[in-house]
Ligand binder design. Structure first.
Ligand SMILES: *Cc1c(COP(=O)(O)O)cnc(C)c1O
Length: 463
């Protein structure tokens, strides 16, 4: 063992070997030295642990490739693309909505060139960044006016600061939600300088409860979509029409934090709990807030839509500047919204909607294709199994979507070890472990990712 350790050369010696030295064509001298140090460190550890038979040929292709592999990994960006095989369509930890090609193109155009972000091409004078998406949002939701900010959390904060600071906001006890990342509605209301007035009970709140709570200090009746949990059983909450009537009678603003916010009816795809923005506004809600990167399927953004007089007030709020949307997100949002208009079919063009509306037989076919590709590579231990996919992103917690997955078992690898190997590949693949097997859900994977997935699995199987 000690003699083997002594045969491991010094880094300076290795750097004089032509094959190793040629790595400095593409990488700096210090990067190559660092990669060599790591490679030799692992080698020494393996020898000491008795896990190493022969030492490698330090002047050979295999050693060079191992060092080059380390160098390539060092150069990889920290934030990078992965394959989402979790079956959760809007996975917050994996970046939520995938963007449509049209949205990516818009970001490319606006990012690579100057743009009319705040310049009016008609008049040649200063313009507003908030004008670009407004008409589209109004057209798609029936709103009088709209304002786009950084995300839905910012939209809620701005909405409250612009209407209720120093006054009272009435909320049902059944809707005092925490969205995640410690964004809790009661705290947000407090931060906006308003006072929370809770009404009703966790499971039941009536219009009467809101009415009884209203006094001279009340400014807003706030509804929040209980998007990430569900209270079932003996429950009721007032109709929006009734709350709208109440708000109107007392000259209050009825506001609703929708979270996901869908622009088209998704009930035909089994998603019955997400109300359509247009219907909510038609029911008399004055102001709605929703996300750009949940079921809308666009970039991170927060959309405020509703009454023009209220939105005019928000537009001149000093905090708006701190919450504003950036030009790349705005470009992607506008392009995504255009996909909701004729002649496009958003269910085909917006990736989030395409994934959740894809017929399950097509998902099954994709799973079959991956298993066949693996079979051609000589990988056994992959099979097609039925699975449940979810919308995610805090939406529809109890509604699962029929799906199919590829269940994987590779000889000599535990499910945890296989999941880790998939995560650590050149193109990381994130699956889930179900009943002791790694499952790759095919509802959240696209056809053009199958080749990478098969290659990664083949690579792990051949180690
Ligand atoms: C997700 C969610 C938000 C926050 O949206 P972001 O765009 O992530 O800021 C706010 N309210 C509700 C009800 C949500 O579901």
């Amino acid at each position: 063992m000690n003699s083997q350790l002594r045969q491991i050369p010094q880094i300076e010696t290795l750097l004089r070997l032509p094959d190793v030295l040629s790595l400095t064509d593409a990488f700096s001298h210090s990067e190559v030295a660092a990669a060599l140090r790591d490679e030799l460190g692992d080698l020494r550890a393996a020898v000491l642990a008795g896990k190493r038979g022969e030492l490698p040929d330090f002047n050979g292709a295999a050693f060079r490739a191992a060092v080059e592999d380390r160098l390539t990994r060092i150069r990889q960006p920290n934030l990078r693309a992965v394959i989402n095989a979790t079956g959760i369509i809007i996975h917050t930890n994996l970046g939520r909505a995938r963007l449509a090609p049209e949205a990516l193109q818009a970001m490319q155009d606006v990012g690579a060139h100057p743009s009319n972000l705040e310049f009016n091409l008609e008049t040649g004078k200063r313009g507003s960044r908030y004008a670009h998406a407004e008409a589209l949002i109004c057209e798609l939701t029936g709103a009088e006016a709209a304002l786009v900010v950084n995300n839905c959390a910012a939209a809620v904060v701005l909405g409250l600061m612009g209407t209720a600071t120093g006054r009272k906001v009435v909320v049902s006890r059944g809707e005092l939600v925490e969205i995640g990342g410690s964004f809790r509605l009661p705290d947000v209301i407090a931060q906006s300088g308003a006072t929370l007035k809770e009404v009703g009970a966790t499971n039941k709140t009536r219009t009467r409860d809101y009415a009884d709570a209203i006094d001279d200090d009340t400014a807003v009746l706030l509804k929040s979509h209980t998007s990430n949990f569900k209270i079932i059983g003996f429950t009721s909450s007032p109709k929006r029409e009734d709350l709208a009537e109440l708000a109107k009678a007392h000259d209050l603003i009825l506001m609703e934090d929708l979270g996901s916010g869908v622009l088209i009816n998704l009930a035909p795809y089994g998603l019955t709990d997400e109300p359509v923005v247009r219907d909510i506004l038609a029911a008399g809600v004055d102001l709605v807030m929703f996300s750009g990167d949940k079921l809308l399927g666009g970039p991170q953004a927060g959309i405020i839509a509703g009454r023009a007089d209220i939105i005019a007030g928000l537009r001149s709020h000093p905090l708006l500047r701190a919450l504003r949307i950036d030009k790349l997100s705005l470009a992607a949002l506008e392009a995504t919204l255009r996909l909701y208009r004729a002649p496009f079919d958003p269910l085909k063009r917006v990736p989030v909607l395409r994934m959740l509306s894809e017929p399950v037989i097509e998902v099954e076919a994709r799973a079959g294709l991956l298993v066949a590709m693996l079979g051609d590579m000589g990988v056994t231990g992959a099979e097609v199994v039925p699975a449940s996919a979810f919308v995610g992103g805090g939406s529809l917690p109890q509604q699962d979507l029929a799906s199919f997955a590829v269940s994987l078992h590779l000889e000599g690898l535990s499910a945890d070890a296989l999941a880790e190997a998939l995560r650590k590949g050149a193109m990381p693949i994130i699956g889930r472990i179900h009943q002791g097997r790694v499952q790759l859900d095919m509802r959240t994977v696209s056809d053009d990712e199958l080749r990478s997935i098969a290659a990664a699995i083949g690579d792990i199987a051949s180690r």
